[in-house]
Design a protein around this ligand. Structure first.
Ligand code: BMA
Length: 376
């Protein structure tokens, strides 16, 4: 009997401990993600992303709180600011950051955003239910040039390659960052990691023509394996080629369902608005089909209009018709860097009024709406 009581107490405590780390009453064992040892927070995030898809499309912005047009976040402890919030009174629900130069052990990323600032903002925004996605514009390990130095390098960082040691160090530094994302209770904050993006274009050293699809897939798998060796378990993995011509192109570099949690695609309106809407519809239909086969969530992982010119109604006339009813969990607009390189609106910008209308649509979700979904 004594033993039975001990046994019973042990398991009750264990169950309580498990419950403490989480806010929801989920059957975690039924949520399958790439990482077999994923933190509960990662499974919870996966669940929330799927729930979002039932309600609408979460609005996202890259570097949302780090800087905007005419301002830059000054330091770690000041209040959060965002161009989108200044226009609508609401924060983006999805907030993207880039980890380029974390591999070098730098304090700032390639766009001069301090990694400590990211951490601070992530902790604050996590409390409000935000979802975070990370891209990684890392340097070329062979030449030490940037991501856009497309000298072949992938084969040299795969197992047995000449630059392997360097690559393992780079992943170690990346791992330290991911492992440092904790809430105030010390529990992990789960995020979406979207490495090796736009691989079907040839502008990055991991892209088309600079490595073979097989090397790419191997790189993807080895990246995950290294992160797991470094005990990183708070990630969902997102795959995102640039605009595709069809399923065949989508599949060319796809590492397999066992290695991808979220399916994405990056589509900009570089070819003009009409073409943009057509591309959104056709590409998102392909991603939807592929995601449906594997029962995975999917998203428009990067988009934007880098040439608003006279497109004052771009949000309601072009972006929205292109994504409406597509089933994507989120749409992420690229960064507001400077007046000649911005992708979302800001106060005084030509499409500001139209953006407010877009924000008001029932199926376009901002932070307050996603917070409700997260808390359910
Ligand atoms: C690109 C541009 C670059 C930037 C990079 C990483 O698309 O915005 O200026 O350095 O993303 O954020």
């Amino acid at each position: 009997m004594k033993n039975f009581i001990k046994f019973f107490t042990f398991f009750t405590l264990l169950a309580l401990l498990q419950a403490c780390g989480t806010s929801k009453n989920l059957d975690y064992s039924s949520i399958k993600v790439v990482d077999k040892h994923a933190d509960l927070a990662a499974k919870e995030l996966y669940h929330v992303i799927k729930e979002i898809q039932k309600e609408g499309i979460a609005f996202g912005h890259q570097d949302a709180t780090a800087y905007g047009i005419g301002w830059k976040h000054s330091g770690k402890f000041s209040n959060l600011r965002s161009d989108i919030e200044e226009v609508t009174g609401k924060y983006p629900a999805v907030q993207g950051f880039d980890l380029g130069h974390i591999e070098l052990g730098d304090t700032y990323n390639l766009d001069t955003v301090a990694f400590s600032l990211m951490k601070d903002h992530i902790q604050k925004m996590n409390r409000k239910g935000a979802i975070f996605t990370f891209s990684w514009h890392l340097d070329n390990p062979v030449t030490n040039g940037g991501s856009w130095d497309n000298t072949s390098a992938v084969s040299s960082i795969l197992k047995g390659g000449e630059q392997r040691e360097k690559f393992e160090l780079w992943i170690k530094r990346l791992s330290v960052f991911f492992n440092s994302l904790k809430d105030e209770k010390g529990d992990p904050i789960a995020v979406v990691f979207r490495p090796w993006h736009e691989m079907n274009g040839s502008w990055f050293w991991w892209g088309k023509g600079n490595c073979t699809p097989q090397e790419y897939q191997q790189l993807w798998k080895e990246t995950i394996a290294l992160l797991q060796e470094n005990k990183v378990h708070n990630l969902l993995y997102a795959y995102s080629p640039n605009i595709i011509s069809g399923m065949e192109e989508y599949n060319t570099y796809y590492p397999g369902d066992a290695y991808v949690d979220i399916l994405g695609v990056d589509i900009y309106n570089h070819g003009g608005n009409e073409v943009f809407v057509k591309n959104l519809k056709s590409n998102l239909a392909v991603v939807k089909e592929k995601a449906g086969q594997a029962d995975k969530p999917y998203a428009l992982t990067e988009t934007g209009n880098n040439n608003f010119g006279q497109d004052e109604n771009w949000w309601t006339q072009y972006l929205y018709p292109g994504i409406k009813d597509s089933g994507i969990a989120w749409v992420l607009l690229w960064r507001n860097a400077r007046p000649s390189h911005y992708f979302a609106t800001y106060k005084g910008e030509i499409s500001e009024e139209d953006f407010k209308e877009f924000e008001g649509y029932d199926d376009i979700l901002f932070l307050d709406e996603v917070e409700k979904i997260s808390n359910n």
